[in-house]
Design a protein. Structure first.
Length: 103
């Protein structure tokens, strides 16, 4: 294959940029600790529900803040993570006790 042809074939791939999953990964990666974890619109229970997260989907946190307590089974948490479900793209708040660290 001639170099000019190679450049023409690869140029559209280079212009497309990174894959969406790679672009979305800008913070710590966590995962959901149980099926059906609510992704809240605000860092408090009772706010709007933006969607759900499930184990294996991943959650990329862009910041964390302390807010009102939330109970996850036997655990309480005042730390909330704001971020994005790595699979569905749903953005919102999840209490730290509902997430597990990737490492």
């Amino acid at each position: 294959m001639r170099p000019a042809v190679t450049i023409c074939l690869l140029a559209p791939l280079a212009l497309a940029g990174p894959a969406p999953a790679a672009a979305a990964r800008s913070g710590p990666l966590h995962d959901f600790g149980a099926p059906g974890v609510v992704i809240w619109s605000e860092p408090r229970a009772g706010s709007g529900r933006n969607g759900l997260g499930h184990p294996g989907q991943g959650f990329v946190s862009d910041r964390s803040e302390e807010h009102g307590p939330f109970r996850c089974g036997p655990f309480d948490s005042v730390l909330w993570h704001h971020g994005t479900n790595a699979t569905t793209g749903i953005i919102g708040w999840v209490p730290a006790c509902a997430l597990i660290d990737d490492d």
